[in-house]
Design a protein around this ligand. Structure first.
Ligand SMILES: [Zn+2]
Length: 77
């Protein structure tokens, strides 16, 4: 992809210095993030920074795993 063709506002979103959210923001967005993931949507595009946070935060990564397992169970029943 040629980044010079992108809108500056979008570039800031995608930016090289990816915005990392904090735990509060992570918890607030986690439901939506998992739903997007399970529906096959580009969750990282919709909620920038969450993936980066999960990588660096074991507590939220664990919350993400259990929420995801829960919603996966929900979707089959
Ligand atoms: Zn966290």
């Amino acid at each position: 992809m040629n980044s010079r063709d992108l809108d500056p506002a979008l570039l800031r979103l995608l930016g090289t210095d990816e915005p990392e959210i904090d735990c509060d923001e992570c918890f607030a967005q986690l439901d939506r993030y998992v739903e997007l993931e399970l529906s096959g949507a580009p969750a990282d595009t919709h909620i920038p920074g969450l993936r980066a946070h999960l990588v660096g935060c074991p507590a939220c990564a664990e919350e993400h795993e259990s929420l995801r397992a829960l919603l996966e169970l929900d979707s089959v029943s």
